[in-house]
Design a protein around this ligand. Structure first.
Ligand code: URA
Length: 441
């Protein structure tokens, strides 16, 4: 019989788990035989002692097997998936999923809630009134067959073990572990059954992996797990020193994603989304030539086809997009202006500091099962590289009733204003590509 206490003690002393032990632990997460506090204690032991590659692959596959494992037979349609390891202002999935669908791909995506200082796609989507992310297996399948896309939560039906561990890790300082992130991401992705996958591994001060070598190791590990399961994986290591785009906070980010889907929006968000979708088109074989793939993605954005897909997904999942647009949650918060005390060039905006401000305002969680405030957040009004004078507007903060001045001070402190224009930095720092065996369906 599985003994959770012995399992935790083994990892605490640095022992390697057997596949049987890991599978029993994952079963126990779902059945309740492993208590929350035991799972959290084990996660902390893993943060300190690690899991090797075999243990991590077994954990990912056990998470995938903890619920239904989907397979797809959509005549003439290639099924793909995308996941980010989490960043500040990272609304890329809200653009990539409808954009890929508008290019003729099908995207059944399981997303996560906010984790640590990074926002979660599900929390962002839930700022749209009525929107449901708890789709059952049948509903997910029907929606993907009809519209080509769905963004849903891991549930009792699909990857339930990740739901339990993810929520605990968020509030027990056990997120930033390469094996735990790899198993969590790949467990969900293997459950969804797409044979082609794009991963966006964030790297920098606003990401769980601050150092390039760690981010690259995470990218390789996830790509190897996917490839061994028959999935073709392209993992990008992308910069997360500064927030992506101009908006950070749940409803502000949905509004910004809508701008991008309408052919506008910040250049970094547009560029990353187009790169990822072009990669999916190539790797899935839908558009093998890089140039044709990129052009197809650009067209789907410019013609409004991607926006239509987004609207179709929101409607199908019960959301009221018109209501969101006429009365977004951030418009019901107090708006505080953040002005510069200095003159110079905006050299950077500290993504970690901004993520912490938004989480402390209620945009993220400090306790498991806490609800989030969809309306709080920050919208930047000065871009990196821009010249500013003392007193210029740097940002707007959307805050609850009180505490506006403290927030404005923290946001202003996150701006690095220097005497020289900042050198442009690449958005994509590295890439890993692993071919699948083609056995994933
Ligand atoms: N995204 C996930 O799904 N899991 C993690 O652990 C981190 C990011």
């Amino acid at each position: 019989m599985f003994d959770p206490v012995a399992f935790i003690a083994a990892k605490k002393s640095g022992a390697q788990h057997s596949a049987d032990q890991i599978e029993s632990f994952v079963e126990g997460l779902v059945s309740g035989a492993v208590a929350d506090y035991q799972a959290a204690a084990w996660a902390m032991a893993v943060c300190i002692k690690g899991l090797d590659r075999d243990e991590t692959a077994v954990l990912a596959n056990a998470i995938a097997a903890s619920g239904a494992r989907l397979s797809w037979a959509l005549p003439g349609v290639r099924v793909v998936d995308k996941h980010s390891t989490g960043g500040v202002g990272d609304k890329i999935s809200l653009v990539v999923v409808p954009l890929a669908a508008a290019c003729g791909l099908a995207v059944p995506k399981l997303s996560g809630r906010g984790l640590g200082i990074t926002g979660g796609t599900l929390d962002k989507l839930e700022s749209i009134p009525g929107l449901r992310v708890g789709l059952g297996e049948a509903e997910l399948r029907e929606q993907v067959a009809e519209h080509g896309l769905a963004i849903a939560a891991q549930s009792e039906a699909i990857a339930p073990a990740d739901g339990v561990l993810y929520a605990l890790r968020d509030v027990t300082a056990t997120i930033d572990s390469i094996p735990l992130i790899a198993a969590s991401v790949m467990g969900k992705k293997l459950a969804c059954g797409a044979p082609t996958l794009a991963l966006d591994v964030k790297c920098g001060r606003g990401a769980f992996m601050a150092e390039y070598d760690d981010a690259f190791a995470l990218a390789e590990l996830m790509a190897d797990i996917g490839s061994a399961a028959g999935v073709t994986v392209r993992a990008y290591v992308s910069s997360m020193d500064h927030p992506l785009g101009f908006a950070v906070g749940n409803s502000l980010e949905v509004a910004e994603a809508l701008e991008v889907l309408s052919g506008e929006g910040p250049a970094d968000v547009v560029e990353l989304a187009l790169t990822i979708v072009a990669g999916l088109l190539r790797d899935s074989g839908a558009r093998p030539a890089p140039r044709a793939a990129r052009e197809a993605a650009g067209r789907a954005l410019a013609t409004g086809a991607a926006r239509e897909k987004f609207a179709a997904m929101i409607e199908s999942q019960g959301g009221d997009l018109a209501k969101f647009q006429s009365d977004p949650p951030h418009s019901r918060r107090q708006r505080v202006e953040v002005r510069s005390a200095a003159e110079g060039f905006v050299a950077g905006i500290d993504a970690r500091a901004i993520g912490e401000v938004v989480r402390s305002l209620g945009g993220g969680r400090l306790q498991k099962d806490e609800s989030v405030d969809h309306g709080v957040g920050i919208r930047f009004r000065a871009a990196r590289g821009e010249r500013i004078a003392a007193g210029d507007l740097l940002a707007e903060a959307f805050v609850p009733e009180s505490g506006g001045q403290t927030v404005a001070d923290s946001v202003a402190a996150a701006f690095d204003i220097g005497p020289q224009p900042a050198l442009p930095k690449p958005l994509i720092l590295g890439q890993v590509l692993r071919a699948g065996s083609g056995t994933a369906s």
